[in-house]
Design a protein around this ligand. Structure first.
Ligand code: AMP
Ligand code: MG
Length: 357
């Protein structure tokens, strides 16, 4: 086990990253170090994808199970060609349309990719991030960068540099802090190795957007409620994930049923002496500002624009922990567009504690 180290904190301009700071972080990566950096989705924990020793240190720092493969981040098509055994035309089409951006493609891997990155699979997951800092860093390092989310395994993903420090200070060489990640949920993982492309993890690029390009796109059963269904095909989807310390309950129903039920539950849990938080929206928040009042209220954003909800979800879960919440009652969302990814993360955070009308 590597010794504890002083984690460098590098504050950087997210739009016009200072070159000397990028070079400093790139040098750490080239020497086999592990560096957290911002992407548009969440913060990534990066290491040289071609260096098995560096990659192993990512698993160690996160406490990540060895059988959960990493996404490799690239800055140009040349890297994609080097890392894949073949590049089907539909992959090129998706790359043209959605990269840089929150779409990860699972493709047959080349011999260049060490088994540590792919957990022994013969496929590799690739993505080009749409964040000036991430792109500058990969280019300056002149290597593809393996990077899972920069949180302790099982915890909500980090959307700020401070989230990363709270989880990983002392275990990694540096955090490059470029302010909050704007998408707030991880990339969509799309498996292109089967005849019909399969969404292994819903994310920033929606199923509807992919269907526009590909026609048919299926959804791995593991991404849904997974009530005794097939095991997820993406190894990472089977683990407890995104979970805060408090118990998360999802409350379903139309807005009236949902808010009434949450108010009843607030009263019930408070009678039990437990500290209760509610994750609400701009439209419903007024319902929770009169008795029975939760101990903590997070307004995720407007139901008219679910991208706001996506951007604030992980920070909200972490805030509940910071405020010592024992129970977290979350509203639910229609599973369309980015709503599919939001509900996927909420279900995992709740361990499937779902309250139906
Ligand atoms: P993270 O980077 O922590 O957001 O997790 C990456 C996600 O991509 C996990 O759910 C992995 O299981 C998934 N993934 C990475 N590589 C592959 C692959 N070759 N095949 C299927 N899923 C993958
Ligand atoms: Mg993760």
């Amino acid at each position: 086990m590597p010794a504890r180290k002083r984690t460098k904190y590098i504050k950087i301009d997210p739009q016009v990253p200072e070159l000397h700071k990028i070079r400093l972080a790139a040098r750490i990566l080239q020497r086999g170090g592990v560096v957290a950096f911002p992407t548009e989705t969440v913060y990534g924990l990066g290491a040289n994808a071609l260096d098995p020793h560096a990659v192993r240190r990512i698993f160690w720092a996160k406490g990540r199970p060895q059988d959960n493969p990493l996404i490799v981040h690239v800055a140009n098509l040349k890297m994609v060609q080097a890392l894949t055994a073949c590049l089907p035309s539909r992959a090129l089409e998706l790359i043209r349309r959605f990269w840089p951006g929150p779409l990860t493609l699972v493709l047959p891997k080349s011999g260049l990719v060490p088994p540590e990155v792919t957990a022994g699979l013969d496929t590799v997951a690739l993505r080009m991030p749409a964040h000036p800092v991430a792109l500058a860093l990969i280019k300056a390092a002149r290597r593809p960068i393996a990077a899972p989310s920069a949180n302790l395994s099982g915890k909500p993903s980090p959307t700020t540099g401070h989230h990363v420090l709270r989880d990983l200070r002392g275990k990694i060489e540096a955090v490059v802090d470029g302010g909050p990640a704007w998408v707030g949920l991880e990339s969509t993982v799309l498996d292109l190795t089967s005849p019909v492309p399969v969404i292994l993890r819903p994310g920033g690029i929606t199923r509807e957007q992919l269907q526009e390009v590909l026609g048919e796109v299926s959804l791995d059963p593991g991404t849904g409620e997974n009530r005794g269904g097939a095991p997820p095909k993406s190894p990472g989807m089977k683990y407890i994930h995104y979970a805060p310390e408090g118990e998360v309950y999802l409350v379903e129903g139309d807005l009236f049923a949902m808010t009434s039920r949450i108010r009843e539950l607030v009263a019930l849990f408070k009678r039990q002496g437990r500290r209760v938080a509610v994750l609400a929206t701009a439209e419903t928040a007024p319902q929770y500002t009169r008795d029975p009042r939760p101990d903590y209220l997070e307004v995720l954003g407007s139901r008219q624009d679910l991208s706001q909800v996506a951007a604030h979800l992980f920070a909200a879960l972490r805030n509940c922990d910071r405020h010592g919440m024992e129970v977290i009652l979350a509203e639910t969302f229609p599973e369309e567009g980015i709503g599919l990814a939001i509900m996927n993360r909420l279900r995992k955070a709740s361990g499937n504690r779902i309250i139906r009308p």
